[in-house]
Design a protein around this ligand. Structure first.
Ligand code: FES
Length: 137
């Protein structure tokens, strides 16, 4: 066998043996679409305090308020619509407050005080099994 034939033979063998691994790796990665529900945390954690902070959700930080027994959950993006700072939830006054320029939002995301003009984005949320899931989009 010539050197070139040997290299081609080894190269084809490597490709043939790697292909199934590459296909398996690609098929395990799920594309997340805007109509998908994604898990953001365990429902037990939500039930402990009535709040679940999902810092790493696909749509940025989201706060879910409610419990698995409350019937309806509220999921609100924590990204301020003024300039993108992360707002914080104030339990005592029941509003979101932005630390950057002072915008305030109600629990449903509506603006209570500017400079923000648009409300916080909200998402549908529900309990599914032992998880809290949020619908993107
Ligand atoms: S970034 Fe929130 S008020 Fe300006």
């Amino acid at each position: 066998m010539k050197r070139r034939d040997f290299i081609n033979w080894v190269g084809l063998g490597w490709i043939a043996s790697s292909l199934p691994v590459a296909i398996a790796a690609c098929s395990s990665v799920k594309n997340i679409g805007l109509e998908d529900w994604v898990s953001v945390g365990p429902s037990a954690e939500l039930d402990k305090t009535g709040q679940l902070l999902a810092k790493e959700s696909p749509v940025g930080p989201v706060l879910i308020v409610g419990t698995s027994k409350s019937g309806s959950l509220t999921a609100v993006s924590l990204t301020c619509t003024h300039a993108g700072c992360t707002v914080g939830w104030k339990t005592d006054t029941k509003k979101f407050v932005c630390p950057c320029h002072g915008s305030e939002y109600a629990l449903d995301g509506t603006v209570k005080r500017g400079p923000a003009k648009e409300g916080l984005k909200t998402f549908a949320a529900k309990i599914e099994g032992d998880s809290v899931v949020v619908k993107l989009g």
